[in-house]
Design a protein around this ligand. Structure first.
Ligand code: HEC
Length: 198
């Protein structure tokens, strides 16, 4: 009887020591100061942007780095590091280019992808049509069906829906189908590519 109780106490005591040791070792380990992975290096990033056509995302950024080895690259902090420094299908805007060498030295550079190209004649004709016949129900304050045609790129991005509703179905404008000449303006633009510069 006495013996069994003693053993039980021993086990409890041992368990306590283990738990206590574990928590001690955790709280006592302050993060060791890491050696600066960039110490003694002069890393230089070169980032060459190529403009995207307005309303699309076909821009590029080509990144290289010198001053160390084993580089990987990413765009913006949310990006994922990759071995290639070639980024394609990039939309217009400002980007932070990251380069990291094999030792973990990370440096950044800001780069801007411009939005290029002028409005083409076919797009301009569609824009004029949409402004005159559609915008009264599709603007920044009343965007029926989620469509605001005051924003040029919304016309480009939603060209397929515009064709379906105004040409194929003829259910837009609500007041009545467009004349054939107006439908042709939309079809011609889309057949030519349906881009901002077409
Ligand atoms: C008198 C108002 C009015 C006019 C004018 C009008 N629309 Fe609409 N549109 C609406 C309403 C209301 C909706 C939402 C209900 C629906 O989808 O039918 C809509 C929705 C849409 C949608 C989104 C729904 C989808 O099918 O993807 C598109 C695209 C559209 N319209 C295109 C056009 C185009 C192009 C024109 C001009 C040729 C036009 N609309 C003119 C009232 C209008």
């Amino acid at each position: 009887m006495n013996k069994r109780i003693t053993t039980g106490i021993k086990i409890i005591a041992l368990t306590f020591i283990i738990i206590n040791f574990a928590s001690c070792s955790k709280s006592d380990t302050s993060p060791a100061p890491k050696a600066d992975a960039c110490a003694g290096k002069t890393i230089v990033i070169t980032a060459t942007p190529t403009a995207t056509e307005a309303c699309t995302a076909d821009g590029k950024i080509d990144v290289t780095a010198t001053g160390s080895t084993g580089f990987t690259f990413k765009l913006n902090s949310a990006g994922t590091y990759q071995a290639s420094g070639a980024f394609s299908n990039v939309a217009a805007g400002d980007y932070t280019v990251f380069a990291k060498d094999g030792a973990g030295c990370e440096i950044t550079k800001l780069v801007t992808v411009a939005s290029g190209g002028v409005a083409g004649p076919l797009f301009t004709a569609v824009k004029g049509l949409v402004t005159a016949k559609c915008q009264s129900c599709h603007n920044s304050s009343t965007a029926n069906g989620g469509m605001n045609w005051q924003v040029e790129c919304n016309i480009v991005k939603n060209k397929t829906r515009i064709k379906v509703r105004a040409v194929d179905e003829g259910t837009m404008p609500q007041s009545g189908s467009l004349a054939q000449a107006d439908k042709d303006i939309i079809t011609n633009w889309i057949n030519a590519g349906g881009g901002y510069t077409d």
